[in-house]
Design a protein around this ligand. Structure first.
Ligand SMILES: Cc1ncc(COP(=O)(O)O)c(C=O)c1O
Length: 406
């Protein structure tokens, strides 16, 4: 029996939703691969990927199959019981990474919350209450809970909510000397995004991550890599730490892990995991069968030499064309990033206008992202077809041409 659905419009958002977002004027209603259709039937090429989430595009057959099979089998049992998809997913992650243990949750912020709590707990258990300081980087982003905005290096997200979590300091990104000056025996953890995603797609320098690893070891501090945005193939390696060859103590993953189904994971070693004993941390939905079944299917598709090599090839295709567009219209000073996390840095004359580029792109039928006011970001499906890349970039070029000729 089909239930009649009441018609809704974008205007309803302003009447019934908390106004903490400012969504686009159109409402996407259907997606297939790297194409999305809105309420009016207009088709768009999707280079936004739900902010680096839809790793296999929309309605990928393997994910639809995993989700519907699981939906017909078992949805939820809570963590009073374990479940088969969660155990399968943990095995896959442990086999594919440095990690020996997994904790599942529902988002990137929750994965980081677990990571920060674990780091503080380890410091407390091993060295006492003074070892609780966390060093993060300026302009970092780790989520929107109070702990994660306190660790994130952006006051615009953390100010105005009363007292923050204390014991957190911020040092400039990619600045090893600054980290060296700040780290001490009170430091329980250093947290780094291998590529700063939200604030401009800024890749870490090799020497920076290597140096951070060394400093952490010297000060008995844990190295946390926030791979919420860079994880699950996004950079062309399963995780960015594998690209750099620098192994963290704790890694957080979300976004692409579920390919659009909410799931997060904190990965770590057996020794560190032992500090989160029964009752110390938890979540009702974390590791639910639906999310874990989908994530297993995502990993099965992404973690193959063919898919990972394909991501690197797609990077080259994007980069070459974006550099050409940048030069021809004088809009970009640099195209940077790894794999399919690409940032186009706006040239001086276009600084602060990333939103205008997004709006112009949408009008031409292509969805892109910004990463701060000065960077246009691309985070498409990891298996996007070449034809979709070319068509989307044709549209993007038309948008840039229109904007620069206006
Ligand atoms: C690096 C990083 N960490 C954490 C988060 C927060 O993830 P979520 O929005 O799923 O809580 C994000 C989201 O953009 C992110 O990019």
């Amino acid at each position: 029996m089909s239930v009649e659905q009441a018609p809704v419009q974008r205007a309803d958002f302003d009447q019934v939703m908390v106004p903490n977002y400012s969504p686009a004027a159109f409402i996407p209603v259907r997606g297939e691969g790297s194409r999305v259709w809105d309420q009016s039937g207009r088709e768009l090429v999707d280079f936004a990927g739900g902010i680096a989430v839809n790793a296999l595009g929309h309605a990928h057959p393997a994910l639809v199959k995993a989700l519907t099979e699981q939906a017909n089998t078992l949805w939820h049992v809570s963590n009073v019981f374990t479940n088969e998809p969660a155990l399968r997913l943990a095995r896959k992650l442990v086999e594919a990474t440095f990690a020996e243990r997994a904790f599942f949750c529902n988002s990137g912020a929750e994965a980081n919350e677990a990571a920060f709590k674990l780091a503080r707990r380890v410091g407390y258990d091993r060295f006492g209450p003074d070892k609780h300081e966390i060093i993060a980087t300026v302009n970092s982003f780790h989520g929107r809970t109070l702990f994660t905005v306190s660790v994130g290096g952006q006051p615009k997200y953390s100010d105005g909510f009363g007292p923050k979590i204390t014991g957190i300091s911020h040092v400039p990104y990619n600045d090893l000397e600054a980290l060296k000056a700040q780290i001490s025996d009170r430091t329980c953890a250093v947290v780094i995004e291998p590529i700063q995603g939200e604030s401009g797609v800024v890749p870490a320098d090799q020497a920076y991550l290597e140096g951070a690893r060394k400093l952490c070891d010297e000060h008995d501090a844990l190295l946390i890599f926030d791979e919420v945005q860079t994880g699950v193939g996004r950079t062309g390696s399963l995780y960015a730490y594998q690209h750099y060859g620098v192994v963290p103590d704790i890694l957080t993953s979300a976004k692409s892990l579920g390919g659009g189904f909410p799931i997060g994971a904190m990965l770590t070693t057996t020794t560190l995991a032992s500090h989160l004993a029964v009752g110390t941390h938890g979540t009702t939905y974390g590791g639910n069968p639906l999310g874990c079944a989908v994530a297993c299917a995502v990993l099965d598709v992404v973690n193959t030499p063919r898919t990972l090599a394909g991501i690197k090839a797609r990077h080259e295709r994007f980069k070459a064309r974006l550099e050409r567009i940048g030069q021809q219209y004088g809009v970009f000073s640099q195209v940077r990033g790894l794999g399919l996390l690409i940032g186009c840095v706006l040239a001086d004359a276009w600084k602060g206008k990333a939103r205008d580029v997004l709006d112009a792109a949408e009008k031409e039928g292509v969805m892109v992202l910004q990463a701060g006011p000065d960077v246009v970001r691309f985070a498409p499906s990891l298996v996007i077809e070449d034809a979709d890349i070319d068509e989307g970039l044709d549209r993007f070029e038309r948008a840039v041409a229109r904007l620069t000729q206006a």
